[in-house]
Design a binder for this molecule. Sequence first.
Ligand code: GLY
Length: 279
Amino acid sequence: MLLSGGVIAAQTVDEAIAGLKLIMKDRAFGDAGNRVIVEECLDGEEASFMAFTDGKTILPMVSSQDHKRVFDGDKGSNTGGMGAYSPAPVITEDLESLIMEKVMRPVIRGLQAEGIKYKGILYAGLMIKDNRPYVLEFNCRLGDPETQPVLLRLKTDLASIALAVTDERLSEINLEWKPEASVCIVAASKGYPGAYEKGRIIKGLEDIKKMDDVIVFHAGTSFDNNKFVTSGGRVLGVTAIGKDIKDARDKAYKAIEKIHFSGMHYRKDIADRAIKRKE
Ligand code: GLY
């Protein structure tokens, strides 16, 4: 039985009953467990689908996928995401049309019908099973670390998009994306996703500045005594763009190898899933 974020992924009826007992009798989640939803267990591939919206127009971003587990081979505890890539090969063009038609546009229409003016990012966390999208969650924010590779592929000026969103002129924007692929690898602190160390000096950032096609996004860092030090669980998102996923992955790994801080750890198999799917 897998318990994560208030969700029990039961593999059998007995496990489901044990889960209900844990929540409703043993009160593992306190009052939050007074009501439960029982639904089909989805065992496909997770993907992130984000879009800009001004409440009327909705413009999809390129697809992306993250790696949620802390260790290689999708093992260990869940994290906010140890790496990500774009595009996500599991999201074909047909599937993207289906997601827009069945998920994204209906949400905006539903919000309009309820008189809610929603402007910003709509992010659907999806499970793709048998080539069909199932919604796991919606977020009204960008995905982290999915946004790092997605933004590296954005050609259109982000500030112009943001202004068009707030001014409700998104229909005037022609979103353009680079055809290349991008990969982000997260460098995390010792202990993450549990209690983690802070204040470790980060070395190697200057070396990466000299590299083409690589950007390091700072997540959990502080600038202290003229030095970058760690101050969060997920510290850096080392992100590269390349002609395809493999190329981007190789560049990102070449870059992250130049970085060092005490206790640093990162997954060694980011984007392997996408590369295998393409082979
Ligand atoms: N990477 C998952 C999220 O941003 O929720």
